[in-house]
Design a protein around this ligand. Structure first.
Ligand code: R1P
Ligand code: URA
Length: 290
């Protein structure tokens, strides 16, 4: 089996992977990702014990125990480009032998759950409520750098999405579904719907401060879109990249978001910190039992 070169798989002097600065032994197979590095300690404060704390750039990792479950919480920072780093490095930590620099024969499937914040695109999904993304629909471009495919239903949905949103010619959207073994546990207390992932917070999410938009009706078009029983519930900046790369690498992924802004009713949460805390509590309670 061919060795992966030092320039491609970068391992530091501690035996840890380049950006995350985490060694294979320091990572659990159930992983919570959060965008905000400050949110890592808000998750790990609920653990019964924390055995590992690592920090490099925006990537903070705490690994510990919640009951009988070993969990790592990792911050990704903002955006799909950071997810490219985090998902590839998490996978390398479990599926590449660092001593021989070869892919292991027996691959490990990780459970990866995002605890994030998001904007709602539906009037009936109010601020402070929770959404579990059934799909990540990317209007970023990350997945196009990898060989990937969509099934016939996904292709039909994407075709209708492009026609409806009139994003054709500017972007090539992609879609990937949540890990079904995780999604089934997040029904009570969670709205479900398609989570759209954008490559920015302002223009790519239809926000106008001083600049005009190339597609001023984008928000309405996302809100109105439906395909069969699917509709778009919310948007943010990581889910499609997690679902897309997670599926290609064989991991079970689920993105849970608390709604901090409702873009239809134009409301922002009065206490988004409390909303995040509530999502962390509910999410961990369920994860501990899976
Ligand atoms: C934008 O404010 C950030 O918040 C959302 C978006 O996806 C983006 O990362 O998620 P996090 O709160 O997890 O960072
Ligand atoms: N995160 C986003 O990306 N968008 C929002 O509107 C709120 C949180």
């Amino acid at each position: 089996m061919s060795q992966i070169a030092e320039s491609e798989l970068i391992i530091n002097a501690r035996g840890a992977i380049y950006h995350l600065d985490v060694t294979p032994e320091e990572l659990a197979t159930t992983i919570i990702t959060v965008g905000d590095p400050g949110r890592v300690k808000e998750v790990s404060k609920h653990f019964d014990s924390v055995e590992v704390k690592r920090e490099h750039r925006e990537f903070i990792t705490h690994t510990g125990w919640l009951g009988k479950k070993r969990i790592s919480v990792v911050s990704t920072g903002i955006g799909p480009d950071n997810i490219d780093i985090v998902l590839n490095e998490l996978d390398a930590l479990v599926n590449i032998d660092f001593a021989t620099r070869t892919i292991k024969n027996n691959l490990t499937s990780l459970q990866i759950l995002r605890f994030g914040t998001s904007g709602s695109l539906q009037q009936d999904i109010p601020v402070d409520s929770f959404v579990a993304g059934t799909h990540g629909l990317g209007i970023d471009n990350l997945l196009h750098y990898y060989r990937h495919d969509n099934n016939d239903e996904e292709k039909a949905l994407l075709q209708q999405f492009v026609a409806h949103t009139q994003l054709d010619g500017t972007f090539s959207p992609y879609i990937a579904s949540a890990g079904s073994s995780l999604l089934k546990h997040f029904v009570n207390g969670f709205h479900q719907g398609i989570t759209v992932t954008c490559p920015g917070f302002y223009g790519p999410q239809g926000r106008v401060l001083r600049l005009g938009l190339s597609n001023p009706r984008l928000i309405e078009r996302l809100t109105e879109f439906n395909y069969g029983h699917y509709r778009i519930s919310n948007f943010e900046m990581e889910t499609s990249a997690i679902y897309g790369l997670g599926r290609l690498l064989g991991h079970q992924c689920l993105s849970l978001n608390v709604i901090v802004a409702n873009r239809v009713s134009k409301q922002f949460s009065k206490d988004s910190g409390l909303g995040v805390e509530n999502l962390i509590r509910k999410g961990l309670e369920i994860v501990a039992g899976i």
